[in-house]
Write a protein that binds this ligand. Structure first.
Ligand SMILES: [Zn+2]
Length: 267
């Protein structure tokens, strides 16, 4: 076939395809529906055989069209706010640990920058926090309650500090201080020499916190103790109920220098 005829034939074919575009597309679709498995298998095969090449092409394509892609994603998010939010929540729930790790790393890396930003935006941040707290008051309260239930030491601390505040006592103390005190006492009741009792860190035999000088003395004229860690000792259940709100020096003097005369001394 001479060259001219070849060109004419190609032109004719192209024109025919253009004129019958719809028909061709419909036929293609029909074939695809009927041969889905085969088409997919072929696609996969082609991809497996030309992995490197296809990936390189994809990279070039996505680099050239990154702006389009971003715009498309943004538009989709705007058009499907509920689905986007649900997706986000699902991802968050699925990768909680990873997300937490990442953000901790990021925070650690950008400490100075963060501090600078926070210092420059104090009022703005406070306003935002206030607005958030106001809008989520109920949810935040529930969350706090659930957290305290899971962390009974903090719940106790909260209650003790609150009671002290109500009684007008000076100072507060923290769970960390209590735990340090526990270690300092070596897991023993503060009156160990008398009662010989070990105290646990949790469970039914958990230590009791005793204000050495009571917050609310039996005799209201006696001096009141503070709620600072320096006025706290950890005691066993028995010692706690024996001493209760007694003034410690008088309590000791009452029994000839011994706190509990009914118990044998271990020393
Ligand atoms: Zn004791």
């Amino acid at each position: 076939m001479p060259l001219k005829d070849k060109d004419r034939l190609r032109e004719y074919k192209q024109n025919w395809a253009l004129k019958n575009r719809e028909r061709l597309l419909a036929a293609k679709k029909e074939w695809y529906q009927a041969n889905k498995e085969r088409a997919l298998a072929k696609c996969k095969e082609r991809y497996a055989n030309n992995k490197e090449e296809i990936r390189a092409l994809q990279k070039i394509y996505s680099r050239e069209h990154s702006a389009d892609a971003v715009a498309r994603v943004k538009a989709w998010r705007k058009g499907n706010p509920d689905r986007y939010r649900a997706d986000q929540a699902r991802t968050k729930a699925r990768h909680t640990d990873r997300i937490r790790k990442w953000s901790a790393e990021w925070y650690a890396k950008n400490k100075a920058q963060r501090r600078e930003y926070n210092a420059a935006h104090v009022a703005e941040i406070q306003a935002r926090q206030k607005a958030y707290a106001k809008a989520n008051a109920v949810a935040m309260r529930e969350k706090r309650k659930a957290w305290l239930k899971k962390n009974p030491d903090y719940m106790e601390e909260y209650q003790v500090n609150r009671r002290a505040l109500e009684l007008g006592a000076v100072g507060t103390h923290t769970v960390k201080e209590i735990h340090a005190l526990y270690d300092q006492q070596g897991g023993r009741c503060a009156y160990f020499s008398v009662c010989g009792a070990f105290i646990k860190k949790s469970g039914p035999f958990k230590y009791r916190k005793d204000h050495i000088m009571p917050l609310k003395p039996r005799n209201p004229e006696e001096p009141r103790g503070t709620n600072l860690i320096t006025n706290i000792q950890l005691v066993c259940i028995a010692c706690n109920s024996r001493k209760h709100n007694a003034e410690p020096y008088k309590f000791t003097q009452q029994y000839e220098g011994r706190l509990f005369p009914d118990l044998p001394s271990f020393l």
